[in-house]
Design a protein around this ligand. Structure first.
Ligand code: GUN
Length: 280
């Protein structure tokens, strides 16, 4: 029986801490940390994420703005909005919800966000800072995984850590953070040979590939810690992760559920980054 790593509980604890810190920040500075979220078009999943981000801001007492732009928005219009948010003293964090409609250039927008307000940590300046281990912001999902490990007293130091997935948003920064925490890190991807054997070496296995129930019992060592970053919808409409929870849970020493594992941590880390940005 694995210990369940309860992301909902840990997330609630951290949000309560942020709420307290926000109250003392207001007392000290006379203003609130402010987050601007920009959404272009009507992607239903993005709309849910943005709503949750706004609600989370309200919960901890931040100032927040949501800018909902039509799908027909031009690059110039979006750039102009980012410029005005960069110059807005009430706004300390800017998040442009991805994906953007196809006619818009994501890279151009991400480069335009002031790195000091880049609470997603997607700007190449902040990506570079993460690489050298001198960072103000961490991308929210990998930061959430690290916070889950830390608050579960799981120390990556000296351990074999395997990350499945090499995206810029999760896999690559995840590997860097585990490395900074003195883990011995392997990054696997679609071209990895004998993936199951590599994964079976892992003391800590982080899975971020976006394929429902991909990791089965044959890929997990007895006693491993298994972190599931996946969020997939099954044919029956149910949410499921990248890990076959029922098969892996009896083998692992600790495991995150989906939902209620990494998911709730992501927005919590966004709040944390916004507070950091406001302090700077
Ligand atoms: N779309 C899905 N996840 C994210 C995220 O973490 N940040 C942004 N900006 N867009 C996303």
């Amino acid at each position: 029986m694995a210990k369940l790593i309860d992301g909902k509980l840990i997330s609630a604890q951290i949000r309560a801490e942020i709420k307290e810190e926000t109250a003392s920040f207001l007392k000290e500075k006379g203003y609130l940390p402010g987050l601007a979220v920009v959404i272009v078009g009507e992607d239903p999943a993005s709309q849910v994420y943005v709503r949750n981000k706004k609600r989370a801001c309200e919960e901890v007492g931040f100032y927040s703005e949501v800018h909902e732009l039509p799908a027909s928005t031009t690059q110039e219009e979006l750039n102009a909005l980012v410029d005005s948010l960069n110059a807005n003293a009430k706004i300390h964090g800017i998040l442009v919800q991805l994906p953007l409609p196809k006619h818009l250039d994501e890279t151009e927008v991400l480069l335009r966000i002031d790195p000091a307000k880049d609470v997603d940590a997607f700007h190449p300046y902040n990506v570079g800072k993460i690489m050298i281990g001198d960072y103000d912001f961490l991308p929210c999902t990998p930061a959430g995984v690290m916070a889950l490990l830390e608050r579960s007293n799981i120390d990556p130091a000296g351990k074999k850590c395997v990350v499945i997935g090499r995206s810029n948003i999760v896999g690559k920064p995840m590997a860097m953070l585990l490395l900074h925490a003195n883990g011995t890190v392997t990054v696997c991807h679609s071209r990895t040979r004998d993936l199951a054997a590599v994964c079976r070496e892992a003391d800590i296995l982080v899975v971020a590939i976006g394929r429902a129930d991909f990791v089965g019992a044959d890929m997990v060592k007895e006693g491993a810690v298994v972190i599931d970053v996946g969020m997939n919808r099954r044919a029956d409409g149910k949410l499921t992760g990248d890990v076959d929870f029922a098969a892996v849970e009896p083998i692992a020493s600790a495991i995150t559920p989906v939902p209620g594992g990494v998911g709730p941590m992501t927005i919590t880390m966004l709040l944390k980054n916004t507070l950091t940005a406001a302090r700077k």
